[in-house]
Structure formats: structure tokens, C-alpha cells
Design a protein. Sequence first.
Length: 302
Amino acid sequence: MQSYPPLAQALVDQMRAAAEAEPARAIAFQGAPGAYSHQAVRETVPDGLPYPCFSFEDAIAAVSEGRARLGVIPVENNLHGRVADVHFLLPESGLSIVGEHYVKVEHCLLGPPGAMLAGVRQVTSHPQALGQCRKRTRELGLVSTSYADTAAAAAAVAGEGDIRVAAIASRLAGELYGNSLLLDGLQDADHNRTRFLILSRTPRAVRAEDAPVKTTLSFEVKNVPAALFKALGGFATNGINLTRLESHLRGGAFVAAEFLIDIEGHPESPAVARALEELAFHSKWVRLLGSYAMVPPEVAAP
């Protein structure tokens, strides 16, 4: 799929026109209007103008090229893991991470107007949403099919009108496209949260003495035994907490891996500076992606 369903496209055109008229207020996100990324934009920048983009690359480009002031991109979900492709798009983007935000994901089963739950046989949505509702949809006996994003699936279901097909998406999406609400709270666990990062062309001023601070960085270890152990040892000896560690291979060779990590602390604090110096010594390269105010754990996942 390389375009939005007609119902979504009409809203996309309206929102893009408004955002492009005021790029200083434009906030880029991936997906159709009503996506959880759209919800994240509304929660993080209430006075911003949501700028819908078809892909993560498009959303990042909108910020890089100055068509949007900020971008809001999902990176991980506490039920279904990391969001595909973002782990390598972030280091390549050249943008700075200036904040984080957590969205409570409350999935709805949405049918076309007039649909009834008893008549639904198939459910469609983004693979992340399907994974977060896997147990419930299996209990309902529904066959799952993937779609580009949750809100676009809701728009397609509403527009096509097949009462045998429903979508998993947000309540906001159902309201925007006129879907029938068949079930709410469809997610397998009530603590379902997605973490979003806020991206900007320029870093946001955050001081080492501000607390709490989180820093995201990427690096590639040297292709030697115990490379990762040595690279990360400085964080342990300096008492720096790692809150995320991801690895991926690049370039088609199954050799040294690249890593994306989040740490608690600012690069200018003495303990973090010592840990980063040790990391750099045992790595081919280290790239700081941003330091920003950390959302406290009790707020991120209450």
C-alpha cells in the first residue's frame, strides 16, 4: 500500500495544507489521522498542527527539510517490542531527540457503519496492534491481516463497508471515519504503552544538573571478543543505568553489530563522561542522538 484510503486522504490533505501554511507549528507523524502517533502529537504539542506522513522516512524528512518543526516517532511498545526500522532510521536522520512521551494504547474493534460484532470474521490493522491484541482476536475467532497503520485500516473498513471486516485502531480513528464501535479495551493487557521520541533539527537545551535526564546514543563495537562487555563496562563501574539496549546488523555482514542505547544521565556529568570515554575506546564510533528530560517511570507506566 502506497497511499491512504479515500476517507483518510481527504483528512490528510486538509491537515497537510494547514501545517504547510505554518511550518513553525507543524508536527510530523507517521500514519493516517487518528493513528496513535496523531494522538501523541495532540498530547505533546496541543497547539501544534499535526502533519500526517505516509512513512517514518517521510516524517523524518519533513523535519529535516524544515516543513515541520518537530517529529513524533514511536520507538517501542511494552507488549510487542520495538517498532520496526526506527532503530536504524534515528541514527541516520541527523535529527536530535529532544523529548519522550508515553501513550496509553487503548485499542478498539471498529467496523463499518451498521456492523455488528457477531458478523465480523476478519480483523485488519498494523502488525504492532495485531500483536498487542493477539489473544483477544484469537478468542473471537478472527482472521488477522496486516495493514500499513491502524487509523488507515479504520478508514478503509469504514469506506469499503464490508460488515465481515473490522479494524483495530483508536477511538479517535473511529470518530474521525464514522466507524461502528464494536468493542473497546481490546488490548491483551491494560498496561499497554507505546513510547514516542520527539525529534528536532536542533538540540533542546537541557543541563547536566537537571534531573532526571535521559540520553540516547548509538555506537558500533569493534569486532573483537567481549567487545560489548568492554564497551558497556564503564556504565557499570560509574553507576550509570541503561534503560534500553538494542542491536542490529548492517551492511549484509554478520560481524560487529551496531547498538542503540538509552542511559540515565547527561553527557556533561562526570560519571557519564567517564563512561562515554570508555565506550569510545572500545567502539569504532559513538554518536550522541540527544539528551532530554526523562519521563519518570511512575508516569510512563502507572
